[in-house]
Write a protein that binds this ligand. Structure first.
Ligand SMILES: Nc1ncnc2c1ncn2[C@@H]1O[C@H](COP(=O)(O)OP(=O)(O)O)[C@@H](O)[C@H]1O
Ligand SMILES: [Mg+2]
Length: 343
């Protein structure tokens, strides 16, 4: 690939230092994605400028006008502290007619609502957990079609915001309590979903039109103490000490029957098409005891630190980390106009 000027957008608090020496593992953990992307692209010979943005678009415009980057690597997950505004940043880049990595704004929007994405997939007969939405300031009544246990989450936040052991509820009283918690503490509507007991599987997908599905990855809770719900809380996902203490591992999903694996892979592609995702995405499933992959959520622009699932799955498939980033950049450069127009 030719030498490119790459503008990397990120949260100002996540601007990585130039070198990693002398930093503790906990410190590195915070900005490891940003560090990995910037340092790996530099090592590949590109000219890379990290830019922290959160409340102003002008710095993006100024960099585009004066430095004329070839591509923007979009690591921003929020604007004004709102995750729902990530699509507006992608829209802005689209209007600026500058190539950018990751998902287009429509995909970001369709995938975010944990209810909207499931409604769209249900139409295409993709298995999704039954659910109900509880808007703010509304009395909580469990619809008769929803059986306990349920898992209660924020309708729109991600990164396991508000996900804890108490999220899984086995009584109407606990349901009302947890919905109230989401309303009060997270400040969003809540969704209660049928709790799917089963293996937790992640499927990485790379591509705009032609999709490449990475090996099915599993988050393995087998060593979690008895009496705990095996769910990906914030600590399970992001706290290396906690992962080590509780023996939480991720790796290629073993012992899946070939037809189950094929079904998961095909379903992941259909989900990407339905939700208009492009660039790179991770689709999360729970595989029930009778081998039905239930869609949990789609993550456009998933975390891509070298140590995380997506990069590991790519590596397992023969795509080394620098190559993975090169492909993500190439997909950004290759995208031709709005997905809905080219489709
Ligand atoms: N319907 C469900 N059944 C079983 N576990 C679930 C369900 N929904 C979520 N979980 C657990 O909670 C975790 C976080 O839920 P998710 O919807 O992915 O929210 P986030 O956007 O915060 O990652 C999942 O990775 C899974 O472990
Ligand atoms: Mg998730």
């Amino acid at each position: 690939m030719k030498r490119l000027r790459v503008l990397v957008l990120m949260h100002p608090d996540l601007m990585p230092p130039d070198a990693i020496d002398g930093q503790t593992e906990q410190q590195i953990n915070v900005w490891k994605t940003e560090y990995d992307v910037v340092s790996t692209l530099r090592a590949a010979g590109h000219e890379v400028r990290p830019l922290g943005v959160q409340h102003e678009l002008k710095p993006i415009r100024d960099e585009i006008d004066s430095w004329k980057p070839d591509v923007v690597f979009n690591l921003l997950e929020q604007f004004h502290g709102e995750t729902a505004y990530d699509q507006n940043v992608a829209s802005y880049l689209e209007l600026m007619r500058i190539p950018y990595t990751g998902c287009n704004p429509r995909g970001l929007m369709l995938a975010r609502g944990k209810d909207l994405s499931k409604k769209l997939l249900y139409y295409h007969r993709i298995p999704v957990p039954a659910f109900a939405v509880f808007p703010m300031r509304r009395k909580v009544r469990r619809p008769a079609r929803l059986n306990l246990p349920l898992i209660v989450k924020s309708l729109s936040e991600d990164a396991s915001e508000g996900i804890a052991q108490a999220s899984v509820v086995d009584s109407d009283e606990k349901l009302a309590e947890r919905v109230d918690f989401i309303h009060q503490r997270i400040g969003t509507a809540a969704i209660a979903e049928q709790y799917i007991d089963g293996r937790e599987l992640y499927v990485g997908v790379l591509g705009n039109d032609r999709l490449r599905v990475l090996p099915v990855w599993e988050l393995d809770f087998r060593n979690l103490a008895q009496g705990n719900w095996p769910i990906a809380t914030g600590r399970v996902k992001h706290d290396p000490d906690y992962q080590e203490r509780h023996g939480i591992l991720h790796g290629p999903a073993k012992d899946l029957a070939p037809e189950v694996r094929t079904r998961i892979t095909r379903t992941a592609k259909r989900i990407c098409r339905t939700l208009e995702l492009d660039g790179y995405a991770r689709i999360d499933f729970r595989l029930s005891a009778d081998n039905v992959p239930y869609f949990l959520e789609a993550n456009p622009n998933p975390e891509i630190a070298q140590s995380q699932e997506f990069a590991h799955a790519a590596e397992h498939d023969g795509i080394k980390y620098p190559d993975l980033l090169a492909r993500i950049v190439a997909l950004g450069l290759k995208r031709t106009g709005p997905a809905s127009v080219s489709a």
